[in-house]
Design a protein around this ligand. Structure first.
Ligand SMILES: CC(C)(COP(=O)(O)OP(=O)(O)OC[C@H]1O[C@@H](n2cnc3c(N)ncnc32)[C@H](O)[C@@H]1OP(=O)(O)O)[C@@H](O)C(=O)NCCC(=O)NCCS
Length: 172
């Protein structure tokens, strides 16, 4: 009765691109699984004004993942902060997360940033391992906020990881 009726594999095209307005319903869905304290619409306005950059992994024509970059908070340190990296459960383990992080680094390099920062909650060692494989190292561990804002995942201490980027215009 519970036997599968068919089994096969498929290959799907993936495009990593800046977010557009039509993505917002999907990003609203994703926001239930990552620690957002700001409405998606507000973050999208930051993206439109250049204070943030939202990347979407479009898989076979539909949003399958996202990554947010805060371009504003660490501008003085020539650093961008990557956060809210998310890939739909059924699409994980295929390299989409790693390719989104690489695309984010390229976008930061193009904007003259020297550093990519990435916050990972300390209960997420799998994600930390992925970022370490991509060249990130631990900069500091920040404690959980004392008066946390409500979030889907609760208030947890964070590892802040960082990676030196290639300065714009350098080769190699
Ligand atoms: C973390 C995440 C974005 C990685 O996306 P992905 O497309 O699976 O990443 P890749 O295929 O490039 O790399 C796979 C690696 O991610 C790790 N990973 C982290 N969390 C994972 C999860 N929940 N499920 C599967 N793999 C996960 C895997 O362990 C794997 O590393 P390993 O080979 O050392 O085991 C994705 O797993 C996800 O959306 N997780 C839930 C949200 C989250 O934790 N985001 C990170 C916030 S900093």
């Amino acid at each position: 009765m519970d036997e599968p009726l068919d089994a096969f594999s498929i290959r799907l095209p993936v495009l990593i691109r800046p977010c557009v307005e039509a993505d917002l319903p999907a990003l609203d869905d994703f926001s239930r699984f990552v620690a957002h304290h700001v409405p998606v619409r507000e973050l999208y306005e930051q993206h439109r004004s250049g204070r943030a950059l939202i990347l979407v992994a479009e898989v076979n024509g539909a949003p399958g993942g996202q990554l947010w970059i805060d371009l504003e908070r660490r501008r003085g340190e020539l650093a961008g902060e990557i956060w809210a990296v998310y890939v739909l459960p059924g699409l994980r383990g295929q390299g989409i997360g790693a390719r989104m992080v690489r695309a984010a680094e390229q976008a930061l390099e193009a904007r003259g940033c020297r550093w990519a920062l990435l916050g990972v909650e300390v209960d997420n060692p799998d994600a930390r391992r992925l970022y370490e494989r991509l060249g990130y190292t631990l900069a500091v561990t920040t404690p959980a906020p004392e008066a946390p804002e409500p979030s889907a995942r609760g208030a947890v201490a964070q590892w802040v990881l960082r990676k030196a980027l290639r300065a714009a215009g350098t080769q190699g």
